[in-house]
Design a protein around this ligand. Structure first.
Ligand SMILES: O=C(O)C(=O)C[C@]1(C(=O)O)C=C[C@@H](O)C=C1
Length: 301
C-alpha cells in the first residue's frame, strides 16, 4: 500500500523518505500534513511521513496537533535531514537595474528590484529571517503548505514579482532561477521527520538500545500536576528530550503536553513512567522507535 507524505514532489519531506526506508514508487504526495495523516486514518495509505521538529524553529505544531487530534496513530520511526534554502524567481523575470526595493542594501543585485512577494513554508521563513530582513525587508511573505508548493506556485503562475524559498533542487525542478543560495540563518539547520502508522499495522519495534519514546499527557485543567509528571521521569532516571505544551481545549491556561524521552517502552525505566502516567494522568503513547543518528545526516539540496 502507499505511503503518504507532505508534498508536492520536491518537499523536504520527500527528501526524508529514503531515510525511513520508503521506496519512491510507494510514496504519494498530499497537499497538507493533516491530509497525509487522515489518509492513514482512512486506510488509503499504510503510513505517512511528516515533519516533526526543526532545530531552529522548534516543533512542527501543525504535525503535532494533527497527529494528536486522535489517539489512533503511532510513530514508528524518525529520520534527520539537514535543510538548506535558496531563493528562486521565474526564469523570465527581467533584471531591473537601478530599481532595488525600498530598504534593500546599496549595491544590491538588480534582480532584487523585481521581488515584491516571497512564497514559502512558515518554518522555512522562520529559518531565513535574517537574510530576508537584510535583503528583502519590504517583500510580503506568503505562506504555503510546503516549500515545494511555493516553488510550484511561483514556477507555474510565473507571477511578476513573486519568488520562492525552497531547496535549490526543488527550485530548479519547478523551473525557477536561483538568485540567492544558502540563505538560511543557520548552516547546520536540521529537521526531524517521523513515520506514522495505525497501531494495528505498527509492528512495535523492539528496543535497539538507542530509542525514543513519545507520549501525550492531556493535563487540560489539572495543570498543578505538571511537576509530578516531570518528577516521574527524574525518579526513574529517564532523560526527557522534549516538552511541548499545546492548548488543552478547555480555555486559556489549560494544556496538553507532548513529552519525549530517551529509551523504549520495553526498557524498565520508561515502562514504569509510561504506566504510571497512563494510570494517573490519562497519558497515551505516541510511539517507541529507534532514535535517528545525528552523525549520519543526509543533506537536502
Ligand atoms: O516545506 C517542506 O518542504 C517541508 O517538508 C516542511 C518543512 C517543515 O515543516 O519543517 C520541512 C523542513 C524545513 O524545515 C521546512 C519545511
Amino acid at each position: 500500500m502507499s505511503i503518504a507524505y507532505l508534498g508536492p514532489p520536491g518537499s523536504f519531506t520527500q527528501a526524508a523518505l529514503s531515510g525511513l526506508g520508503v521506496p519512491p514508487d510507494q510514496a504519494v504526495p498530499y497537499p497538507t500534513v493533516r491530509q497525509a495523516l487522515d489518509a492513514v486514518r482512512a486506510g488509503d495509505a499504510s503510513a505517512a511521513v511528516v515533519p516533526w521538529e526543526n532545530s531552529v524553529e522548534g516543533s512542527v505544531t501543525e504535525s503535532v496537533d494533527a497527529l494528536t487530534s486522535g489517539r489512533d496513530l503511532r510513530i514508528v520511526g524518525e529520520t534527520l535531514l539537514r535543510v538548506q534554502f535558496a531563493l528562486g524567481i521565474p526564469t523570465g523575470t527581467p533584471d531591473t537595474p537601478g530599481s532595488t526595493p525600498d530598504g534593500a542594501p546599496d549595491g544590491a543585485p538588480a534582480w532584487l528590484g523585481s521581488v515584491r512577494q516571497v512564497l514559502t513554508h512558515p518554518i522555512a521563513h522562520a529559518q531565513c529571517r535574517t537574510w530576508l530582513g537584510a535583503n528583502l525587508p519590504r517583500a510580503d511573505v506568503v505562506t504555503t503548505a510546503s516549500t515545494a508548493q511555493a516553488a510550484k506556485e511561483v514556477g507555474t503562475a510565473a507571477t511578476p514579482g513573486a519568488a520562492a524559498i525552497a531547496s535549490p533542487n526543488t527550485l530548479r525542478r519547478y523551473g525557477l532561477r536561483i538568485v540567492a543560495d544558502d540563505i538560511g540563518d543557520r548552516h547546520d539547520a536540521v529537521t526531524r521527520f517521523v513515520k506514522v502508522t495505525r497501531p494495528a499495522a505498527a509492528t512495535d519495534a523492539p528496543p535497539t538500545g538507542v530509542d525514543r519514546t513519545s507520549l501525550v499527557v492531556p493535563l487540560a485543567d489539572k495543570m498543578q500536576h505538571l511537576h509530578t509528571v516531570l518528577q516521574e521521569f527524574a525518579r526513574s532516571q529517564v532523560p526527557l528530550t522534549a516538552v511541548l505544551s499545546r492548548p488543552g481545549g478547555c480555555g486559556l491556561g489549560t494544556y496538553s503536553f507532548l513529552l519525549e524521552c530517551e529509551g523504549h517502552i520495553d526498557d524498565p525505566g520508561v515502562g514504569v513512567v509510561v504506566a504510571s502516567l497512563t494510570r494517573h494522568h490519562s497519558a497515551y503513547l505516541l510511539g517507541s522507535y529507534p532514535r535517528a543518528d545525528l552523525g549520519r545526516l543526509a543533506l537536502s539540496r
